[in-house]
Design a protein around this ligand. Sequence first.
Ligand SMILES: NC(=O)C1=CN([C@@H]2O[C@H](COP(=O)(O)OP(=O)(O)OC[C@H]3O[C@@H](n4cnc5c(N)ncnc54)[C@H](OP(=O)(O)O)[C@@H]3O)[C@@H](O)[C@H]2O)C=CC1
Ligand SMILES: CC(=O)C(=O)O
Ligand SMILES: [Mg+2]
Length: 437
Amino acid sequence: MHLLNQQELTSSSTDLETPSGDVAKEQKPAQDLTATALAYHGEPRPGKLEISITKPCATQQQLSLAYSPGVAAPVGAIVSDPEAVYRYTAKGNLVAVVTDGSAVLGLGNTGPLASKPVMEGKAVLFKSFAGLDAIDIEVEAESPEAFVDTVARIAPTFGAINLEDIAAPHCFKIEQALIERLDIPVLHDDQHGTAITIAAALQNALELQGKVLPEVRIACVGAGAAGIATLRLLTALGAPKENILLIDRQGVIREEERLLHPYCRPFASSTMKRTLAEAVKEADVFIGVAAPDLLTVEMLKSMAPRPIVFALSNPDPEIDPTLAHRVRSDLILATGRTDYPNQVNNVLVFPFLFRAALDVRASCINDPMKIAAVQALAELAKEPVPEQVLEAYSESHLGFGPAYILPKPLDPRLREFVTAAVAQAAVKSGVARINHL
Ligand SMILES: NC(=O)C1=CN([C@@H]2O[C@H](COP(=O)(O)OP(=O)(O)OC[C@H]3O[C@@H](n4cnc5c(N)ncnc54)[C@H](OP(=O)(O)O)[C@@H]3O)[C@@H](O)[C@H]2O)C=CC1
Ligand SMILES: CC(=O)C(=O)O
Ligand SMILES: [Mg+2]
């Protein structure tokens, strides 16, 4: 599949009026996205990050405070009281973005080295959207245990750990082991950041389509980190398991048919349906967290009236959005990408979950905090959109509707709105260690 970048979109797109009255952008093939992206990453200096200092260190006196002998004072304070580390070091605002490179976006197991641009990107988003300092750490680990051990050993440096792009099923075991071993928040973004974003987007899309979660039929392709966590959250929010079909490379995951890992088992179905095409037929909701181009035009046509399609594989979605809008005028469609309407991407969540957790020094990121994020994100989509956001996206109007089911990631209100809701939930559920509210 070939999709366009933002510049090409704004310079070469034509608007298609769909029968539902929404405007879908018609796009022409990109010639230079690869070259532009490589230049962006390579020039004027390689990469997207640097470290800057926050205290002056230009005179003999300043050097003797920053280093020997002055630095001994905070060391002593931390030895006496470990909590003083939050007062005298950067720990409390520092997140590790850690990966083994085993499920990098939808590109698969690229290994740790090639995952570095994505992890640097996550660090950029932490900083620019939530003011958090983040360092990317790409780990070469021979086993999940070795990975856990590596992260646990470096954890004292950080205020929180964001696990990224670690494939299922190891990701579940790794996250659980680190949560148990560490006293700082640990969260696998591809599980929970994605699940929260999808749940908020689905809540709003269902409202617009005149449907409700307890009644819709859901086909989810991708039984990995994102897929399993999303179904766990959606069922917790009221989606009946019997209305859900989960599909992986071998087809619909059915009870007692093959050896399933324990994370898949709760979503195994007693259905007679075996293929993705059969699973999608008459479904109200398609959630794609798997790979490009899996949803065909025929499958889309076979979905129920007023369908919802979240084609979230990055960078290339499960169906080309322009094609999908041509086929179904009653569709609400989202992708994970920035250059289409309705970006359903965990960037809407992870900066603010961690911002809140660190602000109140939460010991973990628990379910009430995740549910608070769902509600805050869904609610913010219904507020008038500030001029600054319209300008950032070169739009003259954005408002709650089929082409705007969630706030845009560049919306500066996210930081206050989502962070406040999550922090309040942390305090209320008893996991906050300080109360700034
Ligand atoms: N928009 C967003 O915010 C996010 C999007 N994603 C996207 O979701 C996808 C999966 O990520 P993640 O869950 O972390 O990865 P995992 O490796 O944990 O899981 C991938 C899952 O997708 C399935 N899959 C892969 N290819 C196919 C195929 N051709 N047909 C059917 N199933 C397939 C795999 O099946 P099997 O086990 O049989 O190989 C597996 O169940 C990626 O494309 C990623 O970009 C992820 C997180 C956030
Ligand atoms: C968005 C993201 O984290 C992913 O596609 O893996
Ligand atoms: Mg990811």
